[in-house]
Design a protein around this ligand. Sequence first.
Ligand code: CTP
Length: 382
Amino acid sequence: MTGGVAAYKSVELARRLRDAEASVTVIMTEASARFITPLSLETASQNRVYRSLFDDPMAHIALPSAADLLLVAPATANSIAKFANGIADDLLSTCFLAATGVRTLIAPAMNRRMYENPAFRRNLDSLRESGVLQVGPSQGFLACGEEGIGRMAEVPEIIEAAAAALTPKDLAGEKVLITAGPTREYIDPVRFISNRSSGKMGFALARAARNRGAEVTLVTGPTCLTPPPGVLCVSVETSDDMLFEVQNRAGIDATILVMAAAVADFGPECRADSKIDKTDLLTLTLKKTKDIVATIGGGGRRPFIVGFAAETGQNPDRAEQKMRSKGMDMIVFNDVTEPGSGFDTDTNRVVLIDRAGRHALELMSKDDVADAVFDRLREIKA
Ligand code: CTP
């Protein structure tokens, strides 16, 4: 931690990193201890806090050697200048200098004019060129009362960047196209047919693929979720829009297509141009939507295709049949009626089905399901 107003967020950051089962050791500069007490960080990290080069003579070598990640949050303009120029005049900057070969992530925080200052930009560019990763800053109200770029990234964003920094890049070179969320099939300009999909599974897949080094495009129906940073996010509404985007993008250069979207199976046969008047009884004729995954699966040059089968009931045979009939390489089966599985939950219990067999997984977070999908996919592709 270095000395900026954003230091207050670092207490929460240390706590959340521990929740994610990281072991956290905090190094505070003297300036950061003017903002937040070391006791708060000691409590949040459940670990000793280091402050001075002279507390422990070999800490500047021992601490970076034991670390998987060196995360500087907040990283002030002064600390970034020191890191970029090899200045080692306190414990943190000395650890930074000794941390060669350790993944390093900085979360800059400062006034917008400082952030835009050419001298600072040179330092930042030089750190980036030497492989230091950066998260944030974002736009918004700054502590000085001005508005602009310079706010330290929020804690969840920093945790996500830390997770990405620590993940082996075993999907590097892959171009992954993922669909997520529901689609809307319009009855008239204000009414539509949709389903309960939250998009959480598709977004978890996008984060996992990005963390593993893939270039990720996420084509998503309407959801309340924030697009993961570092992912190209394309918003669509109807199944026709989704088909158009997937066809264009899968056709160009996707190497993997993951169809996690709950595409509406039916839509109104015709969409009224103006709002339909209220009546006691209204009959709608629905017709099947075009099957996106089957369209891609039936094509000539096609990516590796993973589909999802959300079933009501334990019916993996039906899922396997869908995989074969739609030309997929793998299908993820889940029973949406099971507690903790399916729509709008953070967990899922799935069976991974491919042409070589089936793998039933325990109930786990959607993030872990996403990683399990890519682990299996790599085994099949190998
Ligand atoms: N899917 C698709 N286009 C559609 C409908 C579904 O690409 N119009 C994809 C889904 O994204 C999913 C897979 O097909 O990956 C299976 O979807 P599902 O709705 O479970 O299967 P259906 O074939 O529609 O069968 P049913 O509704 O009869 O269960």
